[in-house]
Design a binder for this molecule. Sequence first.
Ligand SMILES: Cc1ncc(COP(=O)(O)O)c(C=O)c1O
Length: 413
Amino acid sequence: MDTYSYPTTSALFQRATKVIPCGIYGHFAPAPYVPVSAYPFFSDRAKGPRFWDVDGNEFIDYMCGYGPMVLGYANPVVDEAYQKQLAQSDINSLASPLMVDLAECLVDLNSIADWAFFAKNGTDVVNYAVTIARAATGRRTVVAISGGYHGTTPWMQAAGHHGVMEEDHAYVVRIPWNDLAAFEKAIAERKGDIAAFLSSPYHHPIFQDNVLPAEGYWAGIQALCRKHGIVLISDDVRCGFRLGLHGSHEKFGFKPDLAVYCKAIANGYPVSALVGTDALKTEAAKVFHTGSYWYQAAPMAAALACIAEMKRIDAPTLLEGIGTKLNDGLIRLAKSHGYDLRVTGNPGMAYYRLTDDPSLMLHQDWCAECTLRGAFFTSHHNWFVSTAHTDDVLQRTWDIADDAFKVVKAKHG
Ligand SMILES: Cc1ncc(COP(=O)(O)O)c(C=O)c1O
């Protein structure tokens, strides 16, 4: 199989480093991709499950824009709704009636929602949720999970990150995932000061196997929150709509007070949502939170169309089936080459790791060799599938993975 080269990406990256700090920042930055020379950095076209880089190389995308793309790029149903609203009114000096439609849609759909609020990013709504919890309880401390990601606000970033002060974490306690005793200990230590427990529905850190909730974990967390008057916040930014349309908490049998959504809500158009229970509605109304583009109507039209389409095709069931099929095939292929591919987390957004080399170099190399042949795999983050990842696409992916296994076998033995 021929491998790709990236001269146009390289030239663009050289230009980017002159005018953009880091060239490409955040989660698209080249740094986590090892080896860097195996990956493209710029794309100018995407359709269905594929994107094309600026050198014209075609990739089957297993990152799906890091989660937002759930129905395939340029999905006609979602794009038509977006374009129609864009032509009619998008940014305006008044709110769109679509905002009410979308709030009603989420209240109908999400099992804990009595109201909804909209912004642009996951970070916006996580911040709002935490501020509401502090306002409602009159307390300061947030308990979150070690390695859990909730955005880039300094208090959410890991200790020691550049520019993050010790004081930013004064009221944040990080505890291990699936550890009820650690939560009880935090409650005892921060007596009467815990405003919120904040966590994703299951643990999906980077560079580590993902971990589902242990039996009884969420029931225990919920009971402790209720007993001590702590607001339970589900960060459903990454899992939301992929694991279930009624909120991922339904899958794991718990009821948060607040839940935040972003990524898959509008197939890539920029809108995020916070939903909450009646008990917190008045406090939410009192907290000031807004942004320049948060009332944009066209992304709300896209969200309404995306949710209707996900319902029509039962997207969560499809995604789980596609993910399971992909994973079974990859695990089988790995085995046929003498390797053990561990797949953890939800099948449609799983984390992958070749266990044969604990340094992760073998795994990184295999992901790089797959990418060089047209299957865009990252080695540090969970992947995502979309409903556009058809059987043909999976077959092509397996062929690429097979070829890449031969190459790494020859290199690593
Ligand atoms: C679980 C989770 N919470 C919050 C965020 C932050 O969302 P955003 O990058 O849209 O601000 C992310 C982003 O990846 C996420 O995965």
